[in-house]
Write a protein that binds this ligand. Structure first.
Ligand code: EPU
Length: 416
């Protein structure tokens, strides 16, 4: 299994090109199930979760052609309406095939995802929403089996804001009979990006970017071209890395407007940020200042940035409180960071971080995707060497992270 060996202490300087967003690309690939026509995508990130999703979709009969970050999807020959356990267990986002399959083919069988390292993560809201639209859903032998001759538009109010839940119901509603209103919809930029693709495919959607999506079902969707939005979490991860090590880096092919909450906190930490329409410059010369924050749904501070920002707080001047409100178990990085010399205590869903002067390199274990990213940041800022094991978590969601970091001066290498 691959590991990352990092020798910390280097200042980062230069340019990094940000990839397309993982969490936009995954639902967008599933939107390929909604039409028999061709969808042409660009800025698709090259990472393991995308490869896993493509493998699943190909098993269903989706035809795909790929050249770097460009991709063509064709759903004319879909012949298998099932996402098996061995695929879903490796990637929860596989649940995103449920809505499109049911809407276009009237049937879908998707393994229940089960638990996850960061929380229990049920999918009850996806199922309830589809039932409200007239689907018959049975849970049999670990599988969600859903049937509906034709989904019917209705008003769906989810109990909580759910990103993939909104995406599943949005895709399902595009081909339903009549009007669907999704109340309490997620407003994450990745949901908006999916909605823009669906509109390009002929869907009728109002309220894009708001918490109330109104979808008038159409008989058929057609082909379209789409460029996947920049990955705001990859962007934020590199911002935190530069903030932790010090340096001056320009991030290209990304946007600042989808990172407002993180920008605000980084500025409070003393980071200098400037930006243009498709670039962000990050400069840091001093020790960061501790900043308390709580994670919330977009446009609040993203849970997917919590671990990376905590690495910054861990070596900041002062103490901070980090409150996680989205997932019940998303502090797996804390014990690993403490092995690097951090002083972090957990009380329920709050981490109390007392800033220490510096990290000291040590062997650590990656436990999930964003936890892994936070350990990379800690390793880059640490004195001495850090060896990160189980980086397959990192490879799931970051497009060649160590290559991008090495290009701006980090001493980081993948060891087999
Ligand atoms: N929830 C339920 N029932 C549901 C759906 C969600 O109780 O039917 C709960 C969850 O357990 C959680 C909260 O609602 O406590 C929010 O979960 P949400 O459904 O929004 O999360 P998700 O759609 O499974 C996506 C991202 C995650 C990101 C979260 C929150 C994708 C593929 N995944 O997950 O990304 O953390 O939204 O923003 O879009 C990551 O990239 O590292 C990652 C975990």
């Amino acid at each position: 299994m691959d590991k990352l060996l990092i020798t910390g202490g280097n200042r980062l300087a230069g340019e990094i090109t940000i990839s397309g967003a993982k969490n936009a690309a995954l639902p967008i690939l599933c939107a390929g199930l909604l039409t028999a026509d061709t969808i042409a995508l660009s800025n698709v990130p090259q990472l393991q979760d995308v490869a896993t999703m493509l493998k699943l979709l190909r098993q269903m009969g989706l035809q795909t052609e790929q050249e770097g970050s460009r991709m063509m999807l064709n759903g004319a020959a879909i012949n298998k309406l099932e996402a098996p356990y061995d695929m879903v267990k490796t990637m929860r986002a596989s649940i995103l095939v449920l809505g499109p399959l049911l809407a276009r083919f009237g049937e879908a069988k998707v393994s229940l995802p089960g638990g996850c390292a960061i929380g229990s993560r049920p999918v009850d809201q996806h199922i309830r929403g589809l039932q409200a639209m007239g689907a018959e859903v049975h849970i049999e032998a670990g599988y969600i089996h859903a049937r509906a001759k034709k989904l019917k538009g209705t008003r769906v109010v989810t109990d909580m804001i759910t990103v993939t839940g909104t995406e599943n119901l949005l895709m399902a509603a595009t081909l339903a009979d009549g009007e669907t209103v999704l109340e309490n919809a997620a407003r994450e930029p990745e949901v908006t990006d999916l909605a823009h693709l669906l509109v390009a495919m002929g869907a009728q959607i109002d309220g894009i970017g708001t918490d109330r999506l109104v979808i008038r079902g159409v008989a058929k969707l057609h082909g379209a071209e789409h460029t996947v939005i920049a990955d705001r979490i990859e962007t934020g991860t590199f911002l935190c890395a530069v903030a932790a090590t010090g340096g001056d880096v320009i991030l290209k092919n990304t946007r600042s407007d989808i990172l407002d909450a993180a920008f605000d906190k980084l500025r409070q930490a003393g980071v200098i940020l400037t930006s243009g329409p498709d670039w962000i410059r990050v400069q840091m010369a001093a020790r960061p200042k501790a900043v308390s924050f709580r994670t919330t749904e977009y446009p609040g501070f993203p849970t997917d940035m919590q671990a990376q920002f905590m690495a910054l707080n861990a070596i900041a001047e002062g103490a901070s409180r980090v409150t996680e409100t989205i997932f019940e178990n998303r502090f797996m990085h804390v014990q690993e960071m403490n092995r690097l010399g951090a002083a972090i205590d957990i009380e329920g869903n709050v981490a109390i971080v007392k800033g220490v002067d510096h990290f000291v390199g040590a062997p650590v274990m990656a436990t999930d995707l964003r936890a892994s990213a936070s350990l990379v940041i800690a390793g880059l800022a640490a004195r001495g060497q850090t060896l990160i094991e189980r980086i397959y978590h990192l490879d799931r969601g970051y497009d060649r992270m160590e290559v991008k970091l090495a290009a701006v001066g980090a001493q980081i290498e993948r060891v087999k």
